[in-house]
Design a protein around this ligand. Structure first.
Ligand SMILES: Nc1ncnc2c1ncn2[C@@H]1O[C@H](COP(=O)(O)OP(=O)(O)OP(=O)(O)O)[C@@H](O)[C@H]1O
Ligand SMILES: O=P(O)(O)OC[C@H]1O[C@](O)(CO)[C@@H](O)[C@@H]1O
Ligand SMILES: [Mg+2]
Length: 492
């Protein structure tokens, strides 16, 4: 353990493993705080999460000055380089009056992302591989572009390859050489020019492919499954003591990866969803007893549905996988929509694709269905809901006019180029990943934590989940905007 005081550089000797550190942080309570008006309080010590480094299993790795210092165009200002004592706290909100929410033992921290003074790769010898896996997400091509341009321009790397068809491409496809000219306009294109796939994961074959092609830097862009795969590749690389640094760049339109603030492409998807909600609203408003029903992506999380609902304000009810709902009875969906139709003449329902899966009748075969990566295959909750709504209306209001317009913009919200905010985010992610890899870190993921970019061990990301917390303020906000039932089923 190394004890350092924040602000004082206590850089461990170069080449040593950058392991766990203790940082003691004591601070005074803000005088504006009503609860602790004048009292001092002490925050617990900080534990810095260790980050794997190539030097952990490869002795004698060279320590080279960063090529950034030799750039004729850019002269780093003091404080530009990030040192091993630069950290980001995982949690930043505490209730000092509650022993439960005030961390009693230690505060968790991560290394900050960014350029280091020294690198562990000779740029002219680097052979970098970039792969995209899993479903599409706005910004994939931007990340690829910025990895290529960043490696080329910032560090002078010249051998950069795209691996086609996802993980299987490492052992079944020919890598494609990439350069800045080739990728120049890619950030304006949806999808992934490299192509992607699900399934086909075989750690041994993939590592053999990495060795065969002489790759020493591997950039894996993908979602939770991709990160779990990257952990296995990382373990295999470590077992074989290869000089290969592997990093993950979390991609998921569902925003279901934990620890990081959000994943790239998510904001673009939320923005695209507005068009579908607007159309559903217009259709519903223009009908007699009209219901506009929109199904949005979200396999196990309702983040897109939730954010699209909050941004739109035209939504009467938002259904997400994290919050079970029911149709009939007191405070059920039908009763609620009946009231809304009486009040407003129309209603808009947004449903995440993973919502209600437990109440849709299905055969045993359907229960077993999985995609190539092992993800469960869902039934179409939107189509089912549309039928159920029609049956309910015919039962309860026979002969009265009623319309359900079902809009399923599934692939339209993810098969688009990233918006400006996501493009900027993708650029920062790509550059952060490059800086970490060039510095010799491996088995890590880069992402924003409380607004600043950090490096998180792949193992941690792979098991992390980001579900909508139906007990927090954001979900309470949805309920205050829509006034929808909580579906707790405690009223009968
Ligand atoms: N537990 C796992 N171990 C090893 N490889 C995995 C694992 N889970 C998934 N993979 C592999 O990772 C790749 C991508 O996985 P998946 O299709 O689940 O997409 P994802 O990365 O989760 O992205 P998204 O779900 O956002 O589209 C596939 O090649 C899959 O075989
Ligand atoms: O049809 P595909 O390409 O398998 O992807 C569908 C899934 O991918 C995601 O977009 C991301 O995981 C999910 O929301 C959706 O269930
Ligand atoms: Mg996934």
């Amino acid at each position: 353990m190394t004890h350092v005081t924040p602000g004082i550089d206590s850089t461990p000797p170069v080449g040593s493993s950058l392991g766990e550190m203790d940082l003691d942080v004591t601070t005074a309570a803000a005088s504006s705080s009503a609860f602790v008006a004048t009292a001092d309080f002490t925050l617990p010590p900080v534990t810095l999460t260790p980050l794997p480094h190539l030097a952990d299993h490869l002795k004698g790795l060279p320590v080279l000055p960063t090529p950034i210092d030799r750039s004729p165009f850019y002269h780093p200002s003091p404080g530009f380089y990030i040192g091993p004592s630069d950290i980001i706290l995982r949690h930043i909100l505490f209730d000092l009056s509650s022993s439960e929410s005030t961390p009693s033992s230690r505060l968790l921290a991560y290394h900050r992302a960014g350029p280091r003074r020294t690198v562990r790769f000779k740029p002219s010898a680097v052979r970098a591989a970039i792969v995209t896996c899993g479903g599409l997400c706005p910004g994939l091509n931007t990340v690829i572009r910025e990895l290529v341009v960043g490696l080329w321009e910032i560090y002078g790397v010249r051998q950069i390859f795209g691996v086609p068809s996802g993980y299987r491409g490492f052992y079944s496809a020919k890598p494609v050489p990439l350069d800045p000219k080739m990728v120049d306009g890619w950030h304006k294109r949806g999808g992934t020019v490299l192509t992607t796939s699900r399934g086909g994961f075989d750690a041994e074959k993939i590592v053999d492919g990495i060795v065969k092609h002489g790759f020493d830097q591997v950039y894996c862009i993908g979602g939770d499954g991709t990160m779990r795969g990257a952990v296995k590749i990382f373990e295999e690389i470590q077992r074989s003591k290869l000089c290969v640094s592997i990093t993950g760049i979390p991609k998921t339109v569902d925003n279901d990866i934990g620890i990081i603030d959000r994943s790239f492409g998510f904001q673009t998807a939320v923005e695209m969803a507005q068009q579908a909600i607007n159309a559903a609203h217009v259709e519903a408003e223009s009908a007699v007893n009209g219901i506009g029903l929109v199904k949005l992506m979200g396999r196990s999380t309702g983040h897109i549905a939730l954010h699209a609902t909050l941004s739109s304000r035209d939504v009467d009810c938002c259904l997400i996988p994290e919050n079970d709902f029911y149709l009939e009875g007191k405070w059920g969906l039908f009763e609620f929509l009946d009231q809304r139709l009486k009040q407003n003449g129309h209603a808009v329902v947004v449903v995440a694709e993973g919502a209600g899966q437990d109440i849709i009748p299905r055969t045993d075969a359907q229960k077993q269905e999985k995609d190539e990566s092992g993800n469960p295959v869902f039934l179409d909750v939107g189509a089912w809901l549309k039928t159920e709504l029609k049956n309910w209306w015919e039962r309860e209001h026979p002969g009265e006019l009623f319309t359900v317009k079902y809009i399923d913009p599934t692939y339209m919200i993810r098969a688009v180029p990233a918006n400006a905010t996501d493009n900027l985010y993708c650029t920062l992610l790509a550059h952060s990943a490059i800086h970490g890899v060039m510095a010799g870190y491996t088995g890590f993921v880069t992402g924003p934590i409380n607004g600043n970019y950090g490096y998180i061990p792949l193992e941690e990301i792979a098991v992390s989940k980001n579900l909508v917390d139906t007990k927090d303020h954001k979900w309470a906000w949805v309920r205050s905007v829509t006034n929808q039932p909580d579906f707790l089923n405690i009223y009968s």
